[in-house]
Design a protein around this ligand. Structure first.
Ligand code: PFF
Length: 477
């Protein structure tokens, strides 16, 4: 273990993990998925998965980071050696790095759209605009590779700047300013929604649980969303966990992260749907909910331009605090493995992710439907990258759960958890069986979306392989 960095305060990990968890997933993806999947029933499955699968895996991932005190790849290499397990488990680190890179590439492009809307709102360009104008405006943004690239570049460069300044001066200080501001803005937007919108309709839409409303697809999306929103399986939490104080409680911290993350999604959902219902608009708009429906709702409300602008600043801040957690695991690896300086490492990661992001940019215009990329993959490059991350994410979570559940010894885990035997046994049962079973289910249902049988069988093989490995691990511990 090298003389590794540790966060300045015992509670900083919580701040950093909440910063990573709360992002576009809560403010953009959660509301539109809920809208598309009929409301309450979706939320019920989402919340259940967060608590039964998400929290135990969140604890597992943080634990792997904190015991190894290194970046995910080097940390897993270290743990496979000290636990005499197969080097194959190092794939947890590599998979995480690959997913972080892929997610960052499209996350930054979508956050760039928020930059565009912050500008439009604050300059009052949308005041009084009608549905057709706002919808045409969004289409025009998507049709312009130049504009999208500009916003993508600005967003990713800003995130890089923060990570490049180091974990204390950059990440910690940045989060300490950003996070409280974000919570204040969220409350302001909620109050605004309650005053100007229809909060009753929003609450009944979000909290009426009718499980029959939920398709199988909806179940899967709810589970996938709970991984995405908690930043699980991607090395982000492991990298932050490596800097976590040994005194902080893993269990309490993980519960707090999940709680705050879920609360933010609910408050954002309540605020957004209040405005949407208040303006008499549709909920099932898909990804355009935030960029078309919401600006339309703000267009006719008192101080809509100002509050709308502030709302998009909230989206941007939440996205920055998440994207820095995508840069950190890879940057930390490059620093540890190749002795690079932090700015060098961050530059390499970010320039590569920026270039990859151009594929997402052109997916909406130059390479949109009917072009060569569609012919190749049956979907746009953006959809293909998103699909890849949807496979890597649960796979990473599955491997993390298996490794922490089977390879770490009881005494190690007890020391890390610092709690009684009952909780230890419950947690171990959850990560050994419940988490892997749930993840395998989501995983196997997601991948048949890719044509043919090759990838599903590969997935099944991987899962069986992982279980077989876990059996070997069991013997060696
Ligand atoms: N949790 C973030 C969100 O909800 O927007 C997205 C994310 C960040 C996923 C970091 C994964 C990650 F490593």
């Amino acid at each position: 273990m090298s003389g590794h960095n540790v966060w300045t305060h015992k509670g900083t990990f919580l701040l950093a993990a909440v910063g990573s968890a709360v992002g576009l997933g809560n403010l953009w993806r959660f509301p539109y998925l809920t809208g598309e999947n009929g409301g309450g029933a979706f939320i019920l499955i989402y919340a259940l998965t967060i608590f039964a699968v998400g929290i135990p895996i969140l604890i597992a991932e943080t634990m792997l980071g904190r015991t190894s005190r290194q970046s995910p790849i080097m940390g897993m290499r270290h743990l496979t050696k000290t636990h005499k397990t197969s080097r194959a488990w190092e794939s947890i680190g590599w998979l995480g790095a690959a997913s972080a890179f892929l997610i960052l590439s499209f996350y930054s492009v979508i956050a760039g759209w928020a930059l565009h809307y912050t500008w439009l709102m604050l300059t009052g360009s949308l005041v009084g605009a009608d549905a057709a104008t706002i919808s045409a405006g969004f289409d025009a943004l998507l049709a312009s590779p130049g504009l999208m690239t500009l916003y993508h570049t600005l967003f990713i460069a800003f995130s890089a700047l923060i990570v490049g300044m180091g974990i204390h001066k950059g990440i910690e200080s940045g989060l300490r300013i950003m996070m409280p501001a974000l919570f204040v803005i969220l409350i302001v937007v909620l109050i605004y929604g309650v005053i100007n919108g229809d909060v009753r309709a929003a609450a009944s839409f979000l909290f009426t649980f009718n499980i029959a409303d939920l398709s199988l697809e909806g179940w899967l999306q709810a589970m996938g969303q709970s991984f995405f929103t908690l930043s699980l399986g991607m090395g982000a939490i492991m990298a932050y966990g490596a800097y976590m104080s040994s005194e902080a409680s893993l269990t309490r911290t993980a519960i707090a992260v999940a709680f705050v993350d879920t609360a933010v999604a609910m408050v954002a959902g309540l605020a957004i749907f209040s405005l949407v219902f208040g303006a008499g608009l549709e909920t099932g708009q898909g990804p355009g909910l935030m960029f078309v429906t919401l600006p339309l709702a703000f267009a006719d409300m008192p101080f809509g331009a100002l509050v709308g602008g502030v709302f998009f600043i909230l989206v941007l801040g939440a996205a920055v605090s998440s994207s820095i957690s995508l840069i950190e695991p890879v940057a930390a690896f490059l620093v540890e493995r190749f002795d690079m300086t932090r700015p060098q490492a961050v530059t390499i990661m970010v320039v590569a992710a920026w270039a990859m992001g151009l594929l997402t940019v052109v997916s909406f215009n130059v390479w949109a439907e009917g072009t060569i990329s569609h012919a190749l993959f049956g979907r746009s490059a953006f959809e293909f990258i998103e699909l890849l991350t949807n496979i890597f994410m649960p796979l990473g979570g599955l491997l993390i759960a298996l490794f922490a559940g089977w390879a770490l010894t009881q005494s190690e885990v007890m020391k890390e958890l610092g709690t009684n035997i009952t909780w230890f046994k419950t947690w171990r049962f959850l990560v050994r069986f419940v988490g892997p079973a749930a993840v395998s289910f989501v995983f196997l249902r997601t991948i048949p979306q890719v044509e043919g049988y090759v990838i599903p069988s590969l997935g099944a093989l991987l899962i069986v392989g992982a279980f077989a490995l876990s059996q070997r691990l069991r013997k060696s511990t």
